[in-house]
Design a protein around this ligand. Structure first.
Ligand SMILES: Cc1cc2nc3c(=O)[nH]c(=O)nc-3n(C[C@H](O)[C@H](O)[C@H](O)COP(=O)(O)O)c2cc1C
Length: 194
């Protein structure tokens, strides 16, 4: 089984999403030591902005093939300026490819990547959960759910740490709760993938 691990935070050691993806991958590895893990750090090695010429390069093809080859995809998604990082957007621009991950037909759109299990580690400085005043400005989780659903991944798991910029206590509590969810999520994803 293959796992693709993606990070996209511009922060290094202080990144919440990196800490969470690292724990999620550790939990997968503990349950399946034979797991083949491919890692892509989109901040350290950013992909170019979208262009038709760029999509035709061997590097772009490799990005798509790595995604297509993965059974499980773990995505670190920091919220910057109310949505995902531009680095992660550039990666999505490389994997939303007609004929490979989705197709259009008379019935509408068909997602072609439905067999994959996706876990997103999402970190947000403020509070955007349902019922919070900030909820209407949440364009990271909502966007990722739309994009993943479009390519057939209807049931991604989200592990969210929010309020991490509101003070050290809130940050620690949010991180601890997110890290604690990693083990059960990895367990249930593997049970579904089996
Ligand atoms: C450039 C930048 C923009 C940010 N924009 C937002 C924002 O719009 N809303 C928010 O709640 N937090 C915002 N934050 C806080 C981040 O969401 C928070 O630091 C989160 O942990 C980012 O994930 P990371 O720690 O993995 O980088 C921003 C942080 C940075 C550095």
């Amino acid at each position: 089984m293959k796992l693709l691990h993606i990070d996209s935070s511009i922060q290094a050691d202080s990144s919440a999403s990196r800490a969470i993806t690292s724990e999620i991958v550790k939990q997968f590895r503990a349950r399946d030591p034979g797991l083949e893990i491919d890692y892509r750090d989109l901040a350290a090695a950013p992909l170019p902005h979208l262009s038709f010429a760029g999509l035709a390069t061997p590097e772009a093809q490799a990005v798509l093939e790595d995604f297509l080859a993965a059974d499980i995809v773990v995505i670190g998604a920091p919220m910057y300026n109310f949505t995902i990082s531009s680095q992660l957007k550039a990666w999505l621009d490389h994997i939303l490819i007609a004929g490979r991950t989705f197709s259009y037909g008379p019935e509408g759109v068909t997602g072609l990547a439905g067999g994959k299990r996706v876990v997103v580690a999402l970190s947000r400085g403020g509070l955007y959960s349902e019922g919070m005043p900030g909820a209407a400005n949440e364009h990271a989780e909502t966007y990722l759910r739309a994009v993943l659903g479009f390519i057939g991944i209807a049931d991604p798991e989200f592990i969210v740490a929010e309020g991490v910029a509101l003070g050290p206590d809130q940050r620690q509590a949010a991180l601890e709760a997110a890290l604690a969810r990693s083990a059960p999520v990895a367990g249930s994803v593997l049970a579904r993938a089996a």
